[in-house]
Design a protein around this ligand. Structure first.
Ligand SMILES: CC(C)(COP(=O)(O)OP(=O)(O)OC[C@H]1O[C@@H](n2cnc3c(N)ncnc32)[C@H](O)[C@@H]1OP(=O)(O)O)[C@@H](O)C(=O)NCCC(=O)NCCSC(=O)C[C@@](O)(CC(=O)O)C(=O)O
Ligand SMILES: [Mg+2]
Length: 298
């Protein structure tokens, strides 16, 4: 089966690859994707042990319908190739490449995945890639990265490394991230893949977290990387349409059906124009509501 590009990825939860207790049941918290980390949350001395642990977790634990992502070490480290081999063999759905800076970085990962799909008899093209951009160079090359491989399901921004590369730090308003978030989003949309926002490290600051989620939803992101189960419910809530939004979407679809019956492409609903983009947004609202199993109060 080819890699699933259009599934919902509102929350992608990091799990350090050297922490067996967090690894046993992360799916019970309801993330759309779980992401085992072999990169920056694992120190050098534990890289091989973490790979072994994540391999066995993927082979032996039933994570249900949740998407299984593994953040591997880059290929220019001594661990990258072995990480990809083990994770492809173990049945990971997606390989997340950190610190992607060029299209060549993604193409190299694509080639290694292809080699191990063949070696282990896994259907060619079934393992996806998510590229994380964490530097100025990566942002400058965002569109080339986004179109570098048919395996790409999405791109993510890694703000902690990104602001370090920029020689600044993160502010509550995210001023320093605004341009990068927008450029990544444009590249992802132009390539037809998902755009994921970065982690929010202050896990006890729920108000600040909610503000950031509202911001990235308004910018157009599909979801966010998270680091703690407590961050899942607020993202899902904010990405779930309100009852008023659902009601409006249903009225839009009724109005456009009526317009089509009259041979019109545009119609007015309570004084507002309804045309194809409005209909597309209404369909997306209903899709999000369907997946969320309902709506939130307006
Ligand atoms: C933040 C904290 C220490 C808080 O600890 P706390 O102790 O306050 O947690 P509590 O809430 O009390 O936990 C309650 C219960 O949930 C369990 N539980 C907690 N977290 C869980 C989890 N993640 N998965 C499953 N289970 C979990 C826990 O075991 C307990 O279970 P139990 O004992 O059974 O009740 C902890 O969450 C944690 O370590 N998070 C992962 C951190 C991580 O992965 N960092 C690396 C990725 S970022 C990066 O690299 C930067 C980046 O690259 C990013 C980019 O690219 O986007 C860039 O550049 O920006
Ligand atoms: Mg990082």
């Amino acid at each position: 089966m080819a890699v699933k590009k259009d599934r919902l990825r509102r929350t992608m939860m990091f799990i350090p690859g050297n922490n067996p207790s967090m690894m046993c049941d992360p799916h019970i918290y309801g993330p759309d994707s779980i992401m085992f980390d072999l990169e920056d949350s694992v120190k050098l001395a534990e890289k091989d042990a973490a790979r072994f642990l994540v391999y066995h977790a993927l082979r032996t634990i039933d994570f249900g319908e949740v998407e299984k992502v593994v953040r591997v070490n880059p290929l220019d480290t001594p661990f990258g190739r072995a990480d990809i081999e083990a994770m492809v063999k173990a049945g990971a759905d997606i390989i997340r490449l950190p610190k992607a800076e060029t299209a060549q970085d993604v193409m190299a990962v694509d080639r290694v995945i292809t080699e191990f799909e063949e070696k282990y008899g896994i259907e060619k093209g079934s393992v996806g890639i998510m590229a994380a951009i964490e530097s100025g160079l990566g942002i400058i090359n965002a569109y080339a990265i986004a179109t570098a491989s048919p395996r790409l399901v999405g791109m993510a921004i890694g703000a902690e490394d990104f602001v370090t590369d920029l020689k600044t730090s993160r502010s509550p308003e995210g001023t320093e991230l605004f341009t990068a978030r927008s450029m990544l989003l444009f590249a992802a949309r132009a390539a037809g893949i998902a755009a994921l926002d970065t982690v929010y490290s202050d896990v006890n600051n729920e108000e600040g977290f909610r503000k950031e989620v509202e911001l990235i939803k308004q910018l157009g992101f599909d979801g966010k990387s998270v680091i703690n189960p407590r961050q899942i419910a607020p993202v899902i809530e904010i990405f779930t349409p309100t009852s008023a939004e659902i009601d409006f979407a249903e009225r839009v679809l009724e109005a456009i059906k009526e317009a089509e019956e009259k041979g019109l492409g545009v119609i007015s609903l309570n004084g507002k124009m309804v045309d194809k983009p409005v209909v597309d947004r209404a369909l997306r609202t209903l899709k999000l509501a369907g997946v969320a199993g309902g709506y939130r109060r307006s």
